[in-house]
Design a protein around this ligand. Structure first.
Ligand SMILES: NC(=O)c1ccc[n+]([C@@H]2O[C@H](COP(=O)([O-])OP(=O)(O)OC[C@H]3O[C@@H](n4cnc5c(N)ncnc54)[C@H](OP(=O)(O)O)[C@@H]3O)[C@@H](O)[C@H]2O)c1
Length: 295
């Protein structure tokens, strides 16, 4: 395997041509990389082949054509199922797994891939297929740093890459953290539009002020993060008690309007716990201590 790589010369294999894999292979092809593809349902390679991609009849055949092997399939079990029969083809190559999974699955896969003599990188992609290769796309990588540096020019074609550490599970931990925040936002969005609907307010009408307010609220997160990292929660902005009263009011309104409080009631329990532990005047950010179990 060559140890140098440039955007024009890296030989890339993409295993998995679902929505993400199609976009990844398309981005490599568009920049002139010799790209080989494989997918369980072979017909999904047709469009890419028409644009110049090579195809491999098996994962092993596809892997053997390239120094950089990018995987994006359903889950880690699938990654293993398709790499196991190709074990003898992996030595000297770099496997970049962009499939979503758990930190434990990333650790296990990294150990197995490394045992086959390949370098392993785990990546968390923050993009939809339509934004792959644009400035809106970014990717967090962890694992073999030397392999990341070698292949960075090619990997940056997916989206701006950031290396977050050499423990292979780190990108998965980051990913779970970031997506937890995203789903929390979606939970609030669903609650908001359901509440509006109880009075016939269209979702779009609720969403306009919601987006404006969420955008402003998101700007508070870095200062909350500083408080949490310092473990210092003095505030002159917004106390736990005032937020507890506010959230109680939201839950009362939600009940009054005949909706379930299932999504937000657990958050009130954190605030209650903090106030019961004597932190009524602390910053709202201190609620995280109840999740950590440290109170
Ligand atoms: N789409 C996104 O916006 C996005 C963004 C970030 C991360 N991701 C992650 O990327 C991964 C792929 O997502 P996707 O959106 O591309 O999913 P998708 O469109 O549903 O594609 C799934 C891929 O997995 C393959 N697959 C499923 N079961 C298989 C099996 N038993 N053996 C071999 N191949 C199998 C499918 O092959 P067939 O075509 O033969 O069914 C297909 O190539 C997921 O882990 C996802 O969380 C996706």
């Amino acid at each position: 395997m060559t140890s140098t790589a440039s955007p024009a010369t890296t030989l890339v294999t993409v295993l998995g041509l679902g929505n993400l894999g199609q976009a990844l292979a398309g981005a490599f092809l568009a920049q002139g990389h010799p790209t080989t593809v494989w997918n369980r349902s072979a017909h999904k390679a047709d469009g890419l082949a028409a644009r110049g991609a090579s195809t491999g009849a098996t994962p092993a055949a596809a892997i053997e054509k390239s120094e950089l092997v990018v995987v994006a399939v359903l889950d880690y079990d699938t990654v293993r199922d398709l790499l196991l029969p190709a074990a003898g083809s992996l030595a000297g190559r770099t496997v970049v797994n962009l499939t979503t999974g758990t930190p434990g699955a990333a650790r296990d896969l990294a150990a197995w891939v490394t045992d086959q003599g390949a370098a392993y990188l785990d990546g968390a992609v923050y993009a939809v297929p339509q934004t792959i290769g644009t400035s809106a796309s970014f990717v967090l990588y962890s694992g073999d740093e030397a392999a990341y540096r070698t292949h960075r020019p090619a990997l940056d074609l997916i989206g701006e890459g950031t290396f977050v550490g050499s423990a292979p599970d780190l990108s998965s931990v980051y990913d779970t953290a970031v997506l937890s925040g995203m789903y929390g936002m979606f939970a609030g969005f669903f609650q908001a539009v359901a509440l509006g609907a109880t009075e016939g307010i269209p979702a779009a009408a609720v969403t306009a002020p919601l987006v404006r307010w969420l955008t402003a609220a998101a700007e508070a997160l870095p200062s909350f993060a500083e408080e949490i990292d310092r473990g210092e929660y003095a505030t002159t902005t917004s106390t736990l008690e005032i937020n507890r009263v506010g959230l109680r009011n939201i839950l009362a309104t939600t009940q009054e309007q005949g909706l379930s409080t299932d999504l937000l009631a657990p958050l009130l329990r954190l605030f209650d716990d903090q106030v019961a532990s004597g932190h009524a005047s602390a910053s709202l950010s201190r609620a995280v201590e109840s999740l950590r179990g440290s109170r």
